[in-house]
Ligand binder design. Structure first.
Ligand code: ADP
Ligand code: ADP
Length: 233
Protein backbone atom coordinates (compact mmCIF):
# COMPACT_ATOMS: atom_id res chain seq x y z
CA UNK A 1 0.00 0.00 0.00
CA UNK A 2 1.16 3.54 -0.73
CA UNK A 3 2.62 5.33 2.28
CA UNK A 4 3.23 8.59 0.50
CA UNK A 5 0.27 9.90 -1.45
CA UNK A 6 0.44 13.25 -3.21
CA UNK A 7 -2.73 14.44 -4.96
CA UNK A 8 -3.49 17.43 -7.17
CA UNK A 9 -0.59 19.47 -5.87
CA UNK A 10 -0.28 23.09 -6.95
CA UNK A 11 2.46 25.52 -6.01
CA UNK A 12 3.37 28.91 -7.39
CA UNK A 13 5.82 31.62 -6.35
CA UNK A 14 5.64 35.39 -6.70
CA UNK A 15 8.13 36.69 -9.19
CA UNK A 16 8.24 40.36 -10.23
CA UNK A 17 4.71 40.79 -8.90
CA UNK A 18 3.23 37.83 -10.77
CA UNK A 19 2.51 34.30 -9.65
CA UNK A 20 4.67 31.80 -11.50
CA UNK A 21 3.29 28.30 -11.22
CA UNK A 22 5.88 25.61 -10.50
CA UNK A 23 3.85 22.50 -9.67
CA UNK A 24 0.59 22.01 -11.55
CA UNK A 25 -1.82 19.24 -10.63
CA UNK A 26 1.00 16.91 -9.62
CA UNK A 27 0.09 13.36 -8.54
CA UNK A 28 2.57 10.93 -7.04
CA UNK A 29 2.59 7.86 -4.82
CA UNK A 30 5.33 5.82 -3.22
CA UNK A 31 4.75 2.35 -1.77
CA UNK A 32 6.28 1.14 1.48
CA UNK A 33 9.97 0.52 0.93
CA UNK A 34 9.94 1.80 -2.65
CA UNK A 35 12.61 3.99 -4.23
CA UNK A 36 12.25 6.56 -7.00
CA UNK A 37 14.43 9.23 -8.56
CA UNK A 38 13.38 12.58 -10.00
CA UNK A 39 15.22 14.35 -12.79
CA UNK A 40 14.39 17.62 -14.50
CA UNK A 41 16.01 20.90 -15.47
CA UNK A 42 17.19 23.33 -12.84
CA UNK A 43 14.26 25.41 -11.65
CA UNK A 44 11.64 22.82 -12.64
CA UNK A 45 10.48 22.45 -9.03
CA UNK A 46 12.26 19.33 -7.77
CA UNK A 47 13.45 20.89 -4.51
CA UNK A 48 10.06 22.55 -4.07
CA UNK A 49 8.38 19.14 -4.20
CA UNK A 50 10.68 17.75 -1.48
CA UNK A 51 10.02 20.84 0.66
CA UNK A 52 6.28 20.37 0.32
CA UNK A 53 6.40 16.65 1.11
CA UNK A 54 8.34 17.36 4.29
CA UNK A 55 6.03 20.26 5.24
CA UNK A 56 8.87 22.78 5.15
CA UNK A 57 6.69 24.72 2.74
CA UNK A 58 2.96 24.77 1.97
CA UNK A 59 1.24 24.08 -1.34
CA UNK A 60 -1.42 26.39 -2.78
CA UNK A 61 -3.73 23.40 -3.21
CA UNK A 62 -3.71 19.62 -3.09
CA UNK A 63 -3.09 16.96 -0.47
CA UNK A 64 -0.05 15.16 0.88
CA UNK A 65 -0.43 12.12 3.08
CA UNK A 66 2.62 10.49 4.65
CA UNK A 67 2.20 7.36 6.80
CA UNK A 68 -1.48 8.19 7.12
CA UNK A 69 -0.81 11.73 8.29
CA UNK A 70 -2.08 14.88 6.61
CA UNK A 71 1.13 16.83 6.01
CA UNK A 72 -0.69 20.07 5.25
CA UNK A 73 -3.27 20.48 8.01
CA UNK A 74 -1.10 19.93 11.09
CA UNK A 75 0.56 22.74 13.02
CA UNK A 76 4.15 23.73 12.35
CA UNK A 77 5.31 22.49 15.76
CA UNK A 78 3.74 19.06 15.24
CA UNK A 79 5.28 18.88 11.78
CA UNK A 80 8.77 19.48 13.15
CA UNK A 81 8.66 16.57 15.58
CA UNK A 82 7.00 14.33 12.98
CA UNK A 83 9.67 15.27 10.46
CA UNK A 84 12.51 14.52 12.89
CA UNK A 85 11.04 11.12 13.69
CA UNK A 86 9.98 9.94 10.24
CA UNK A 87 11.90 11.78 7.52
CA UNK A 88 15.63 11.74 6.86
CA UNK A 89 17.23 14.34 4.61
CA UNK A 90 20.39 14.20 2.57
CA UNK A 91 21.39 17.51 0.98
CA UNK A 92 23.87 18.32 -1.75
CA UNK A 93 26.15 20.15 0.65
CA UNK A 94 25.92 17.61 3.49
CA UNK A 95 25.15 20.39 6.04
CA UNK A 96 27.49 18.92 8.65
CA UNK A 97 28.40 21.16 11.58
CA UNK A 98 32.15 21.88 11.42
CA UNK A 99 32.64 22.10 15.19
CA UNK A 100 31.15 18.63 15.81
CA UNK A 101 32.91 15.36 15.10
CA UNK A 102 31.51 12.66 12.81
CA UNK A 103 29.67 10.76 15.54
CA UNK A 104 28.15 13.94 16.97
CA UNK A 105 27.01 15.02 13.53
CA UNK A 106 25.28 11.68 12.96
CA UNK A 107 23.55 12.00 16.35
CA UNK A 108 22.40 15.56 15.70
CA UNK A 109 18.78 14.66 14.85
CA UNK A 110 18.50 12.92 18.26
CA UNK A 111 19.66 15.91 20.28
CA UNK A 112 16.30 17.65 19.92
CA UNK A 113 14.75 14.99 22.20
CA UNK A 114 15.90 13.94 25.66
CA UNK A 115 19.59 13.80 24.94
CA UNK A 116 21.31 10.88 23.27
CA UNK A 117 20.53 7.43 24.56
CA UNK A 118 23.30 4.82 24.39
CA UNK A 119 21.27 2.72 21.96
CA UNK A 120 21.29 5.58 19.45
CA UNK A 121 25.02 5.92 19.83
CA UNK A 122 25.47 2.20 19.19
CA UNK A 123 23.29 2.48 16.12
CA UNK A 124 25.27 5.51 14.88
CA UNK A 125 28.50 3.52 15.14
CA UNK A 126 26.86 0.62 13.33
CA UNK A 127 25.80 2.92 10.50
CA UNK A 128 29.26 4.48 10.28
CA UNK A 129 30.78 0.99 10.07
CA UNK A 130 28.25 0.10 7.41
CA UNK A 131 29.42 2.97 5.18
CA UNK A 132 33.11 2.30 5.85
CA UNK A 133 33.77 5.16 8.28
CA UNK A 134 34.60 3.13 11.37
CA UNK A 135 37.96 4.89 11.65
CA UNK A 136 36.57 8.40 11.18
CA UNK A 137 34.23 8.57 14.18
CA UNK A 138 36.12 11.33 15.99
CA UNK A 139 37.22 13.25 12.90
CA UNK A 140 35.84 16.69 12.11
CA UNK A 141 34.14 17.29 8.74
CA UNK A 142 37.12 19.38 7.56
CA UNK A 143 39.34 16.31 7.93
CA UNK A 144 37.21 14.27 5.54
CA UNK A 145 36.96 13.97 1.76
CA UNK A 146 33.79 15.07 -0.01
CA UNK A 147 32.63 11.48 -0.39
CA UNK A 148 33.27 10.74 3.28
CA UNK A 149 31.30 13.81 4.34
CA UNK A 150 28.39 12.73 2.21
CA UNK A 151 28.53 9.25 3.76
CA UNK A 152 28.27 10.92 7.19
CA UNK A 153 25.26 12.84 5.90
CA UNK A 154 23.67 9.55 4.80
CA UNK A 155 24.20 8.10 8.29
CA UNK A 156 22.68 11.19 9.88
CA UNK A 157 19.61 10.90 7.66
CA UNK A 158 19.19 7.30 8.83
CA UNK A 159 19.82 7.65 12.56
CA UNK A 160 16.15 7.79 13.54
CA UNK A 161 15.30 4.95 11.15
CA UNK A 162 12.96 7.16 9.13
CA UNK A 163 10.29 5.64 6.91
CA UNK A 164 11.09 8.21 4.22
CA UNK A 165 14.46 9.43 3.01
CA UNK A 166 14.53 12.56 0.87
CA UNK A 167 17.74 13.25 -1.01
CA UNK A 168 18.21 16.57 -2.82
CA UNK A 169 21.13 16.31 -5.25
CA UNK A 170 23.02 14.10 -2.78
CA UNK A 171 25.90 13.58 -5.19
CA UNK A 172 25.91 16.99 -6.85
CA UNK A 173 29.33 18.01 -5.57
CA UNK A 174 31.09 14.68 -6.02
CA UNK A 175 33.13 13.18 -8.83
CA UNK A 176 31.20 10.55 -10.83
CA UNK A 177 32.86 7.55 -9.19
CA UNK A 178 32.23 8.77 -5.65
CA UNK A 179 28.72 9.76 -6.67
CA UNK A 180 28.01 6.18 -7.71
CA UNK A 181 29.21 4.87 -4.34
CA UNK A 182 26.99 7.29 -2.43
CA UNK A 183 24.00 6.57 -4.68
CA UNK A 184 24.39 2.83 -4.21
CA UNK A 185 24.74 3.24 -0.45
CA UNK A 186 21.51 5.24 -0.30
CA UNK A 187 19.69 2.60 -2.33
CA UNK A 188 21.13 -0.35 -0.38
CA UNK A 189 20.65 1.01 3.11
CA UNK A 190 17.16 2.34 2.49
CA UNK A 191 16.24 -1.12 1.17
CA UNK A 192 17.82 -2.82 4.21
CA UNK A 193 15.84 -0.58 6.53
CA UNK A 194 12.62 -0.83 4.55
CA UNK A 195 12.56 2.93 4.05
CA UNK A 196 11.09 4.79 1.10
CA UNK A 197 13.67 6.77 -0.86
CA UNK A 198 13.00 9.76 -3.06
CA UNK A 199 16.08 11.21 -4.74
CA UNK A 200 16.39 14.36 -6.83
CA UNK A 201 19.40 14.39 -9.10
CA UNK A 202 20.94 15.93 -12.21
CA UNK A 203 22.82 12.72 -12.86
CA UNK A 204 21.09 10.37 -15.28
CA UNK A 205 23.52 7.67 -14.28
CA UNK A 206 22.35 7.89 -10.66
CA UNK A 207 18.69 8.38 -11.59
CA UNK A 208 18.69 5.23 -13.72
CA UNK A 209 19.95 3.10 -10.84
CA UNK A 210 16.51 3.54 -9.27
CA UNK A 211 13.66 1.13 -10.01
CA UNK A 212 11.51 4.08 -11.10
CA UNK A 213 12.67 7.39 -12.54
CA UNK A 214 10.43 10.42 -12.98
CA UNK A 215 10.96 13.60 -14.90
CA UNK A 216 9.47 16.80 -13.52
CA UNK A 217 7.96 18.35 -16.60
CA UNK A 218 5.59 21.32 -16.78
CA UNK A 219 4.72 20.94 -13.14
CA UNK A 220 4.00 17.21 -13.17
CA UNK A 221 5.89 13.97 -12.71
CA UNK A 222 6.15 11.79 -15.79
CA UNK A 223 7.68 8.31 -15.67
CA UNK A 224 10.85 8.15 -17.77
CA UNK A 225 10.67 5.29 -20.23
CA UNK A 226 14.00 3.53 -20.12
CA UNK A 227 13.13 0.63 -22.42
CA UNK A 228 15.15 2.23 -25.24
CA UNK A 229 18.31 2.18 -23.11
CA UNK A 230 17.79 -1.34 -21.82
CA UNK A 231 17.20 -2.60 -25.35
CA UNK A 232 20.62 -1.40 -26.49
CA UNK A 233 22.62 -2.70 -23.50
P1 ADP B 1 18.72 23.40 -7.06
O1 ADP B 1 17.52 22.78 -6.42
O2 ADP B 1 18.67 23.36 -8.55
O3 ADP B 1 20.02 22.94 -6.50
P2 ADP B 1 18.14 25.72 -5.49
O4 ADP B 1 17.11 24.99 -4.74
O5 ADP B 1 19.31 26.21 -4.73
O6 ADP B 1 18.67 24.95 -6.76
O7 ADP B 1 17.48 26.95 -6.18
C1 ADP B 1 16.89 26.85 -7.45
C2 ADP B 1 16.47 28.22 -7.85
O8 ADP B 1 15.52 28.68 -6.90
C3 ADP B 1 17.60 29.24 -7.86
O9 ADP B 1 17.45 30.03 -9.00
C4 ADP B 1 17.39 30.03 -6.60
O10 ADP B 1 17.82 31.36 -6.76
C5 ADP B 1 15.88 29.97 -6.45
N1 ADP B 1 15.45 30.06 -5.06
C6 ADP B 1 15.65 29.16 -4.09
N2 ADP B 1 15.13 29.56 -2.95
C7 ADP B 1 14.60 30.78 -3.22
C8 ADP B 1 13.92 31.73 -2.44
N3 ADP B 1 13.72 31.53 -1.13
N4 ADP B 1 13.51 32.86 -3.01
C9 ADP B 1 13.71 33.06 -4.32
N5 ADP B 1 14.35 32.21 -5.11
C10 ADP B 1 14.79 31.10 -4.56
P1 ADP C 1 14.80 22.68 -8.87
O1 ADP C 1 15.02 22.01 -7.55
O2 ADP C 1 14.14 21.79 -9.87
O3 ADP C 1 16.03 23.29 -9.41
P2 ADP C 1 13.30 24.57 -7.33
O4 ADP C 1 12.18 23.78 -6.74
O5 ADP C 1 14.45 24.89 -6.45
O6 ADP C 1 13.77 23.85 -8.66
O7 ADP C 1 12.73 25.92 -7.88
C1 ADP C 1 11.64 25.99 -8.81
C2 ADP C 1 11.37 27.42 -9.16
O8 ADP C 1 10.77 28.06 -8.04
C3 ADP C 1 12.57 28.24 -9.52
O9 ADP C 1 12.22 29.05 -10.60
C4 ADP C 1 12.85 29.07 -8.31
O10 ADP C 1 13.42 30.29 -8.64
C5 ADP C 1 11.50 29.23 -7.68
N1 ADP C 1 11.52 29.28 -6.22
C6 ADP C 1 11.90 28.28 -5.40
N2 ADP C 1 11.75 28.63 -4.12
C7 ADP C 1 11.26 29.88 -4.13
C8 ADP C 1 10.85 30.81 -3.12
N3 ADP C 1 10.93 30.49 -1.84
N4 ADP C 1 10.38 32.00 -3.52
C9 ADP C 1 10.28 32.31 -4.82
N5 ADP C 1 10.63 31.49 -5.82
C10 ADP C 1 11.11 30.30 -5.49
Amino acid sequence: SAKLIVRKLFKSYESAGRAVSILRDLDFTLETGAAASIIGPSGSGKSTLLYLISALDRPDAGSIELLGRDMIASSEKDQTSFRNAHIGFVFQDHNLLPQLNVLENVLLPCLAGNGVDPEKEKFAIKLLKRVGLKDRVTHRPAQLSGGERQRVAVCRALINQPELILADEPTGNLDPQTATVIGDLLLEISREQGAMLLCVTHSLELAYRFPVCYQLEEGRLVVVDRSAETATT
